[in-house]
Design a binder for this molecule. Sequence first.
Ligand code: ATP
Ligand code: MG
Length: 204
Amino acid sequence: MSEDRVRDEDRHRAKMEKRKAAQDAEVAGKTIEKGLLIVNTGPGKGKTTASLGLMLRALGRGWWVACVQFIKGGWDTGERHALERFGTQVSWHTLGEGFTWETQDKARDIAACEEAWAKARELMADESIRLIVLDELNIALRYGYLDLDAVVATLSARRPDLHVVVTGRNAKPALIEAADLVTEMGNVKHHFSAGVKAQEGIEF
Ligand code: ATP
Ligand code: MG
């Protein structure tokens, strides 16, 4: 090996050792264990998909998990079929008729959201469940169909080992404030704007 190459490898090794020491020290400094309040928001695609990924990760750990969909799931989705295979380990709820912008019946939408929220609280009280996804809860909050303060207070008072994932665009600042982990999906490019329709296996 040339001397230059040896020197280069030594430098690289020294640099990596230093980086590893810094990283080990940082990891060692993080000792808190807790159930997280996670929010996936923003205009880009991936909010619900990412929450399903977390469900899969939790299922792989042998945990019991749940999902409440606040918006009517009219579509026959791939995830539903996949998760059904886990049997009772997954508790999946698309509440009542849910609500969509297609209904234009505010009173009925509010009732559906309240029913979904009641189900969410029931699941949160079930100590066998370790992770709950509240899909599109942000939309119900945005429309003012649920009381924001009450929802944030209940989520904040969840038992210490329970992970809750809230999805949907336009997360309310009070929810963001209460959350431990907030991810904003950015819309760099979406195939819809090029006239491509919702694709099986990708969108549903
Ligand atoms: P997904 O369920 O695919 O993870 P999402 O939860 O981030 O998407 P939603 O706001 O719930 O997004 O919208 C659901 C549907 O809208 C999906 O079919 C998704 O492909 C589509 N969508 C998401 N983001 C955009 C966008 N920026 N432009 C157009 N359509 C979008
Ligand atoms: Mg979604």
